[in-house]
Ligand binder design. Structure first.
Ligand code: NAD
Length: 263
C-alpha cells in the first residue's frame, strides 16, 4: 500500500462524482488515513453520506471550510492539528465562478465575477498551503496537490474567467513549490481532462469537449475520476519524491495533439 500511515486532508468533495472523491477512494485503497472538508452546511449531508461508505467512517474527521473565509481556514487547520498533530498530504480540488461568467463573451467578465473566481479558485491554494505548513513541518515534509485544466494555454469557449484563475493557480504551484521545497513540501497540479461533475456542468459545452477528447486524444477516450485518483496517489506517495512545481496532464494525452489536426 503506497500511502500506509499517511494522513491526508481532502478538500473539494461535493458529491460522488467529485474528482476529490475519486482521489479519496484511491487514497483509501492505498492505506491513507483521511479527513474531509465541506464547503457549506448545504453540502455537509452529501459528504457525510459518502464518508459513511468508507471503512472506519466514525474515525474520519469531517470539518467545515469555506475557503473564502480566512477564519474558517484557520479553524480547519487548528482542528486538524488537534486531531492528528501533523499532516502529510493536502488535496485542493476547489473551484468556483458565478455561473453567468461561464457563458458568453470573455470581455463581459465582471470585476466581481473575476474577484470571486480568483479568490475561491486560486488564492485559496495559497491560504490553505500556508495554514498547513506547520503541520507538514511536524511530518518532516508534505505533498500538496491541486486540480487545473488546460484552458490556460489554449482558449476553451465558455471557460472564460476560470481559465484566468487556473493560470494564476498554476503559477502559484511553482511559487509555492519554490517557497516550501526547502522544508521538503512538494506542490504540484494535476491537469485533468473533462469529467462530468457539478463544477464542469457549469461550463457550457462539456459534452462537446468530451467528444473531442474521444475523437482526438492519443488514447481515444476520456479520463475517469478513478484514473485521476491514481495520479493523485503517485503525487502523494514517495514515488514522486523528486517532483515539485509540476503540472501533470491526466487527459489521455489530449494536450499534445495539434488542434485542428486529426492524428
Ligand atoms: P465538484 O463540483 O465536484 O468540485 C468542486 C468543489 O469546489 C466542490 O466540492 C465545492 O464544494 C468546492 N468549492 C466551491 N466553492 C468553495 C468554497 N468557497 N470553499 C470551499 N470549497 C468550495 O467538481 P470537480 O470537477 O470535481 O472540481 C474539482 C476541481 O477539479 C476544480 O478545481 C476543477 O476546476 C478541477 N477540474 C475539473 C475538471 C472537470 O472536467 N471536471 C477538469 C479539470 C480540472
Amino acid at each position: 500500500m503506497l500511502l500506509a500511515g499517511k494522513k491526508a486532508l481532502i478538500m473539494g468533495v461535493a458529491n460522488k462524482r467529485s474528482i476529490a472523491w475519486g482521489i479519496a477512494e484511491a487514497f483509501r485503497r492505498e492505506g491513507a488515513e483521511l479527513a474531509f472538508t465541506y464547503a457549506s452546511e448545504r453540502l455537509r449531508e452529501n459528504v457525510e453520506e459518502l464518508v459513511k461508505t468508507l471503512p472506519d467512517a466514525e474515525r474520519i474527521p469531517l470539518l467545515p471550510c469555506d475557503v473564502a473565509q480566512d477564519a474558517q481556514v484557520t479553524e480547519l487547520f487548528r482542528a486538524v492539528e488537534e486531531r492528528w498533530g501533523r499532516l502529510d498530504v493536502l488535496v485542493h480540488s476547489i473551484a468556483f465562478a458565478p455561473r453567468e461568467e461561464l457563458t458568453g463573451a470573455f470581455r463581459d467578465t465582471t470585476r466581481q465575477g473575476f474577484q470571486t473566481a480568483l479568490d475561491v479558485s486560486a488564492y485559496s491554494l495559497v491560504a490553505v498551503t500556508r495554514a498547513a505548513a506547520p503541520l507538514f513541518e511536524r511530518a518532516g515534509g508534505g505533498s500538496v496537490m491541486t486540480l487545473t485544466y488546460d484552458a490556460v494555454e489554449r482558449v476553451v469557449p465558455s471557460y472564460n474567467v476560470m481559465a484566468i484563475a487556473k493560470a494564476a493557480l498554476e503559477a502559484e504551484v511553482r511559487y509555492l513549490a519554490a517557497d516550501l521545497g526547502p522544508n521538503n513540501v512538494r506542490v504540484n497540479a494535476i491537469s485533468a481532462g473533462p469529467i462530468k461533475t457539478l463544477a464542469a456542468s457549469a461550463v457550457k459545452g462539456i459534452s462537446r469537449l468530451q467528444k473531442s477528447v474521444e475523437d482526438l486524444a492519443p488514447l481515444r477516450r476520456n479520463v475517469t475520476q478513478e484514473e485521476v485518483g491514481d495520479v493523485a496517489v503517485f503525487l502523494a506517495s514517495p514515488l514522486s519524491r523528486c517532483l515539485t512545481g509540476a503540472t501533470l496532464y491526466a487527459d489521455c494525452g489530449f494536450n499534445v495533439v495539434g488542434k485542428g489536426h486529426e492524428v
